[in-house]
Write a protein that binds this ligand. Structure first.
Ligand code: HQG
Length: 197
């Protein structure tokens, strides 16, 4: 019996893995400058790993992905993840003045450590920030499977910019910054919308 056909979501997850974190898993070459992979090579190697991927499917995944995680170059000969890499690549993200506030969603179980150390970029290249609290709650809720609840830290990005911090925005609208010391957290919002600090 042939293996069950993978959904676009499953294939998309695997694309994130190989384009952002573990290209070596399928022997994929990623250009350090821009994070690009050769589209044909990607299709070939992802297919060999058991995902039924052709150009049409890949175009659909890129177009319909819920967070617009991937993009092609102009002639679609190359493809990359827009952000979120843990491998050492340089993505030419636009440097932009931030709005006065941005939001970081996390799990409440991390709060104590974040208070002590600040918000660290952990395995990614930058700290990820959302433009609105709703999106940040969704990001935070990814961390609440075992314990804790999603919480949103409101960041005084106006003050950070004043202090010389640089902000970048990815092609899919995720703000990115260097590690954020606790003093820039100006409010904590719990899932029920009630402030706790
Ligand atoms: C936490 C998704 C303890 C941090 C989303 C976060 C996002 C600390 C976790 C993107 C800490 C790292 C990124 C400290 C930070 N002590 N915990 N000092 N400092 N943390 O997944 O921001 O689906 O690497 O709060 O939409 O959750 O991948 O980062 O909870 O944009 O496309 O350590 O991932 O997009 O977790 O998510 P992550 P994130 P994708």
């Amino acid at each position: 019996m042939s293996a069950q056909k993978k959904s676009d979501v499953q294939t998309g997850r695997f694309l994130s893995l190989v384009l952002r974190h573990k290209p070596e898993e399928i022997g994929l070459t990623i250009d350090r400058n821009g994070g690009w992979a050769d589209t044909r090579e990607l299709i070939e190697k992802v297919s060999a790993a058991g995902y039924e991927l052709d150009m049409e499917t890949l175009e659909r995944i890129v177009r319909e992905n819920n967070k617009q995680r991937y993009s092609f170059n102009e002639d679609k000969s190359r493809i990359r993840a827009n952000q979120g890499h843990s491998i050492d690549v340089v993505i030419d993200m636009q440097i932009k003045d931030p709005p006065a506030r941005l939001y970081h969603g996390t799990g409440s179980q991390f709060l104590e450590s974040i208070r002590r150390e600040g918000i660290l970029h952990m395995s990614r290249q930058y700290v990820h920030l959302s433009a609105d609290p709703e999106t940040a709650f969704n990001v935070g809720s990814r961390h609440t499977r075992r314990s804790g609840a999603a919480v949103v830290l409101v960041i005084d990005t106006a003050k950070m910019a004043e202090d010389g911090y640089v902000f970048r925005i990815s092609d899919n609208g995720v703000w990115q910054s260097a590690d954020i010391p606790w003093k820039y957290v100006c409010e904590i919002i719990e899932n029920d919308g009630k402030e706790v600090d």
